[in-house]
Design a protein around this ligand. Structure first.
Ligand code: CMP
Length: 183
């Protein structure tokens, strides 16, 4: 049976995060050493999605272009992107997990203070990869070369947001985007 070198079988939901499964034709010797048999291998979980936000402070300072450039040059696929002005209520829903924190009111005021850009990013290990590119939440603690070190003004006006785990990514992507909008 002839199997193409590499093709996507179908997107699947795995542990709440969307991944693509790939069928790979390995060389005969490679197959033997990896699998002990000649079948094509199905190896999964190579691609992951995360929600990214370019926050109102960065949009206001016209930093969306440089940030999107860094996203693309870092190897992410942008699966969806939309500019929105969140209502206070929408910001409260999005950050509901922080409801008990002392900064909740101020954070949701800020997030609804002007337009933001919502993106769904895809790459192998996208959640960790995007968090590394952003840097620490507090720009004072962010490493050189990270987006927050370069662009953030404070721990609250910190330029970007990213999901912190697969379950959070699934919730956050679903909060803003319907599946049909992810292309
Ligand atoms: P974000 O990655 O969007 O997730 C939650 C946000 O809460 C975080 O970025 C910051 O903008 C904000 N935040 C976290 N800690 C503090 C803090 N101590 N004071 C003010 N805002 C904070």
């Amino acid at each position: 049976m002839r199997i193409p070198n590499l093709f996507i079988v179908r997107p699947v939901a795995l542990d709440g995060a969307f991944v693509d499964l790939w069928v790979v034709e390995l060389s005969r010797s490679h197959r033997r050493s990896l699998l002990g048999r000649d079948d094509a291998a199905i190896i999964g979980g190579m691609s992951e999605r995360t929600l990214a936000i370019i926050k109102p402070d960065a949009v206001e300072r016209r930093l969306a272009g440089p940030i999107i450039h860094r996203i693309e040059s870092s190897g992410f696929q942008i699966r969806a992107m939309r500019k929105v002005r969140l209502t206070k209520r929408e910001a409260e829903g999005f950050y509901a997990v922080h409801r008990e924190r002392p900064f909740f009111g101020s954070l949701t005021d800020f997030m609804s203070s002007g337009p933001a850009i919502l993106l769904v990013l895809e790459a192998p290990g996208a959640i960790k990869k995007w968090r590394s590119l952003m840097g620490a939440t507090d720009p004072a603690k962010a490493e050189a070369g990270t987006l927050r070190k370069e662009f953030a003004e404070s721990i609250e006006r910190n330029a970007t947001h990213g999901s912190d785990a697969p379950e959070t990514a699934a919730y956050e992507i679903g909060y803003f985007f319907a599946g049909i909008e992810l292309v």
